[in-house]
Design a protein around this ligand. Structure first.
Ligand code: TYM
Length: 350
């Protein structure tokens, strides 16, 4: 079975972008794959060191995973800091990755802001830890939103350089796997990860500005739908969402140059497990005054049960912590197997 890995940071409230770009895909992938879903608490330190309610944030992401339908018995749900092997492999990857590669990361440039000298070293090295999260399990498939694409390309570069640099040491251990790179067969240790970014909503945009990503850090709460929003809030935010005055087009091509319309149609499609073309086949020619109430109904129908289940789970933190402890234990066993092999490949004495 293919191994799926993904992570979500425990910072701020989850919003519809996190749900459609990531968590909803996590749920769908469970049927045919072995899945590991991680609350990446070590990553949360990169932008801000001290968090008022770190424990509550970790529990709330875990509750969202479970409420959305992730099964922690069939699969593995855990928080990153319970598996120190992530940080160990990240150190090795810091020595594999080149400074020039890191300098190209657009998310670092965005998050570091103007005063880059004051950004933490962790924020800079972040993609190397992300590569370690995935590769410490030698996972092959990574469901994420569009904004993580560049980090996954870097993950492939790191895996490739490790494979190439240690090629002569990997072969005699018999630990390698055969992969093809381009058309070339290569005997490698780490697989080339496949990003799973497809779907109708890989990049959910702000409800107030179709050129900006929906994000936890947008000062306007009207720009996003939070997973903890109640039905009234969802309804209000969709009704107030920015649109243009035209009717919806009948074909996907007609959404070009209409970012707000495109965004709402994409959200509808993702919530309904349909394509944008399906949605336009139904609503083409209709005004937003018809489409928006239908979107409100759909969003409430999908999100209200998740919201209710999250609240129920949050009332029993002992249960959430037990899920994370159990997942952490199983993840640690897998990660230690990889690290034992990596230490042998590198040639550390044990
Ligand atoms: P994070 O915590 O910022 O976001 C979690 C997931 O939500 C997706 N996402 C979106 N998708 C569509 N539209 C949006 N507006 C939107 N905003 C966020 C993100 O793409 C992500 O999939 N670096 C990662 C966490 C991470 C990780 C990993 C992911 C750490 N290690 C290993 C995969 C594999 C992050 O900061 O996501």
């Amino acid at each position: 079975k293919p191994l799926v890995f993904s992570g979500v940071q425990p910072t701020g409230n989850l919003h519809l972008g996190n749900y459609l770009g990531a968590i909803r895909k996590f749920v769908a992938l469970q049927e045919k794959n072995d899945c590991m879903y991680c609350v990446v608490d070590l990553h949360a330190l990169t932008a801000q060191l001290v968090h008022e309610d770190m424990i509550g944030q970790i529990r709330s992401i875990t509750a969202a995973f479970l409420a959305a339908g992730i099964d922690p018995k069939q699969h593995i749900v855990f928080n990153q800091s319970q598996v120190p092997q992530h940080a160990e492999l990240a150190w090795i990857f810091n020595c594999v990755a080149r400074i020039g590669w890191m300098n190209r990361m657009t998310q670092f440039k965005d998050k570091a802001g103007k005063d880059r000298e004051q950004a933490s070293l962790g924020l800079y090295a972040y993609p190397s830890l992300m590569a370690a999260d995935i590769l410490v399990y030698r996972a092959t498939h990574v469901p994420v939103g569009e904004d993580q694409k560049q980090h996954l390309e870097l993950t492939r570069d790191i895996a490739m350089k490790f494979n190439m640099d240690f090629m002569e040491k990997i072969r005699p251990t018999g630990l390698g796997i055969d992969i093809t790179v381009g058309d070339e067969p290569v005997h490698a240790y780490f697989p080339m990860v496949e990003p799973l970014i497809d779907g109708p909503a890989p990049r959910v945009m702000s409800l107030k500005d179709g050129s900006k990503k929906m994000s936890k850090s947008d000062p306007s709460d009207l720009s996003r739908i939070n997973l903890m929003d109640d039905s009234d809030a969802i309804s209000k935010k969709i009704r107030k969402a920015k649109t243009d005055p035209d009717a919806l087009p009948s074909e996907v091509d007609g959404l070009k140059g209409r970012p707000e319309a495109d965004n709402l149609v994409g959200i509808f499609a993702a919530l309904a497990d349909k394509t944008k073309a399906d949605v336009l086949a139904e609503f083409g020619g209709q005004q937003f005054s018809v489409f928006k109430p239908a979107l409100v109904d759909l969003a409430v129908e999908v999100l209200a049960p998740i919201n209710a289940e999250m609240r129920r789970l949050m009332d029993d933190p002992g249960h959430i912590d037990a899920v994370l402890r159990d997942g952490g234990e199983r993840a640690r066993a897998r990660a230690e197997k990889t690290m034992t092999e990596v230490r042998d490949i590198i040639g550390f004495v044990r």
